[in-house]
Design a protein. Structure first.
Length: 285
């Protein structure tokens, strides 16, 4: 992963962007991956990627996609790596402290999930139409932020699944409120595609405004020129989906990882102003 530290319109969200220069390559070691379209070989959790350099940089960063590692390009820790490295473990290097390496990696898996929840809550708080649940959203955000400041032992004892479930319910309320501007409630319910298997589906040019696509399987789907304004894309799998000419302005909960894993157009795909257009879209769409 390349150091990002990208600025966002909300200065308070800076720590929810990965800054690899302040991390010790936790994602390159802690995470497992399997030989697939995203990775060229298997790697077990806790094993360092063979491309990891002594300075914790990636030896093939400039050509990750060409070398068969699009999964690395798309991965985002939401700032969990640098927070765990600098705050939780006070800059400790897992190479120099091999006895605590497993504990560091396990804590990273928890911290990454907490930071992801913080990102979603921050996005929800930016939705003006979700104002009726802003107080609940803010309370949840403050509570999870407090958890990220806990020591490693407390992190490892957390019931993260329960946190994700509770936060998901709250985000669902915010989504419903935000999508009211996309059409009548009856229309949105009729097009509720939460968790739907739409892998390879032909959705070219379809009106998907305000549709709930949360957790939908959209691998390889044809979404060219689809209208996805105000669609809820939280957790949707967009790997290999074609977003050429699609309109994602105002789409809800779209992450950098989702855009990086999809194909789009350098000019015709329409994104919200805060979204970062993936570099590889220049030759796709």
């Amino acid at each position: 992963m390349e150091p990002k530290g990208a600025a966002t319109p909300d200065a308070g969200r800076l720590e929810l962007s990965a800054d690899c220069s302040r991390c010790v390559a936790l994602c390159c070691v802690a995470l497992p991956f399997a030989a697939s379209a995203d990775f060229p070989f298997d790697k077990a959790a806790g094993d360092a990627c063979p491309n990891l350099a002594p300075d914790f940089g990636c030896g093939i960063h400039a050509r990750l996609r060409e070398e068969g590692f699009p999964g690395c390009v798309a991965y985002d820790c939401f700032g969990a790596g640098q927070h765990l490295t600098q705050a939780t473990f006070a800059g400790r290097d897992w190479r120099q402290s091999p006895g605590t390496a497993a504990r560091i990696f396990d804590a990273f898996m928890v911290m990454r999930q907490l930071h992801e929840l913080l990102w979603y809550l921050t996005e929800a708080l930016a939705l003006g139409q979700a104002r009726p649940v802003h107080r609940e959203l803010r309370a949840a955000l403050d509570e999870i932020e407090a958890l990220t400041r806990e020591p490693a032992d407390a992190l490892l004892a957390l019931d993260v699944a329960a946190r994700r479930q509770a936060t998901g319910v709250l985000l669902g309320k915010a989504s419903e409120l935000a999508r009211t501007g996309a059409g009548p409630r009856t229309r949105r319910r009729a097009l509720d595609r939460r968790g739907a298997d739409l892998a390879g589906a032909d959705l070219c040019g379809q009106d998907l405004r305000g549709v709930n696509l949360r957790g939908a399987m959209l691998i390889g789907a044809d979404l060219r020129r689809a209208d996805l304004r105000l669609a809820d894309l939280a957790g949707a799998d967009l790997r290999g989906a074609n977003l050429g000419g699609a309109d994602l302005r105002g789409a809800l909960f779209v992450t950098r990882s989702q855009l990086e894993s999809a194909n789009g157009d350098a000019r015709a795909t329409m994104l919200s102003p805060s979204a970062e257009r993936p570099a590889h879209w220049a030759s796709s769409g």
